[in-house]
Design a protein around this ligand. Structure first.
Ligand code: BGC
Length: 348
């Protein structure tokens, strides 16, 4: 009996030892592969960069085994900007009581290049963004837009250009067609990979609402003062939105045949939904924005055909869009704070 229990005890003892040994082996192998998967020097540089306002370049150079930076073009040697810019300030005061002048905006934004172009000096921007603004006779609004947006976009560390697409003549306005023109014209200038489509009278109230692209099309103006700081309806995609080149091309761009106010943004939503895409949005807090109050523009009355058109997006979208876009370029001006493209887009 005593011998039996001693055998059992020995067996149990050996089994336990084996289990402990196996656990130890398992942990060792896991730790080994985990440590190997970490790119420790890179992670360190990234960390430094986000704490040092994008100035991790020097540190990266000391870690790189490559040639001395004096033999490299500057942009090549820059680190990527961090995912979240360290320059952001969060909520901002936005008001339209005092008019602003172009001279003041230029003075306050000395790093902006002709045509309203900018890219960060200390890090390589994560995206090249073209900002497209459909426009006609809204110079006062444009000044506020430039006054508020240039500093925000610089703090967001984007490589960006501002394109104001001015509809020539006095025919009825066509927002979506102007946006298509902006897409096509901006690509003639630079290899933009992301497009932000913004109304001229919408100003974000929080710079954490980054004007860039996401894995799904982005609706940026989600919390407008005009709608009591909430979405007017779930499918709303008007005001300010962004799309990567690929997302834009997947839906054949925007419709060209919505003349007058309304419906074109709903058509764009339908296009996205029909291709199985969903809408990405910032939170209501980050997505707050103000609209500059104004009376309705002449030649932009509500489009009575919009309800019928929206009902048929799926049938029309492959024929009508960026592939069928036609327009006449009237002029292209590279101004100090933006590129102004004046176009004849015809009439209904
Ligand atoms: C129109 C949209 C507009 C929205 C909010 C809808 O009825 O079709 O174009 O953006 O109202 O004003």
């Amino acid at each position: 009996m005593a011998a039996d229990s001693s055998v059992n005890f020995n067996l149990l003892h050996r089994t336990c030892k084996l289990v402990v040994l196996l656990c130890f082996l398992h942990i060792t192998v896991t730790v080994f592969f985990y440590v190997r998967s970490l790119d420790i020097p890179f992670a360190f540089v990234q960390n430094q960069q986000s704490h040092n306002n994008g100035t991790g370049t020097e540190l990266k150079r000391t870690l790189d085994a490559g040639p001395s930076p004096t033999f490299q073009p500057k942009t090549e040697s820059l680190d990527k900007c961090p995912e979240t810019s360290p320059l952001l300030v969060g909520p901002m005061r936005v008001e339209f009581n005092n008019p602003v002048s172009l001279e003041l905006i230029k003075k306050e934004n000395q790093h902006i290049e002709p045509g309203g172009r900018y890219k960060p000096k200390d890090c390589k921007a994560l995206q090249k963004v073209a900002i497209i603004i459909p426009f006609r006779k809204r110079d006062e609004h444009l000044k506020y837009w430039l006054y508020y947006l240039h500093p925000i976009l610089q703090r967001q560390q984007l490589d960006y250009g501002v394109y104001v697409i001015n509809q020539d003549g006095d025919e009825i306005f066509n927002r979506a067609k102007l946006l298509n023109v902006g897409y096509a014209e901006a690509l003639k200038d630079y290899d933009y990979e992301c497009f932000v489509f913004s109304d001229v009278d919408l100003i974000p109230m929080d710079d954490r609402n980054t004007y860039k692209c996401f894995s799904q099309p982005r609706h940026l103006s989600v919390s407008m003062d005009k709608f009591g700081f909430r979405l007017p309806y779930n499918q709303y995609f008007g005001g300010v939105s962004s799309m990567s080149k690929e997302q834009f091309l997947t839906i054949n761009g925007f419709p060209n045949n919505y003349w007058g106010w309304g419906g074109e943004d709903d058509d764009i939503y339908n296009r996205l939904a029909s291709k199985g895409m969903s809408i990405s949005r910032p939170s209501n807090e980050v997505g707050k924005c103000r609209m500059i109050r104004h009376v309705r523009d002449k030649q932009n009355e509500p489009n009575p055909q919009r309800f019928d058109r929206i009902a048929h997006t799926r049938e029309t979208m492959n024929k009508d869009g960026i592939k069928s876009l036609s327009y006449k370029l009237v002029s292209k001006q590279t101004l100090d704070l933006f590129t102004k493209i004046t176009v004849d887009i015809g009439k209904p």
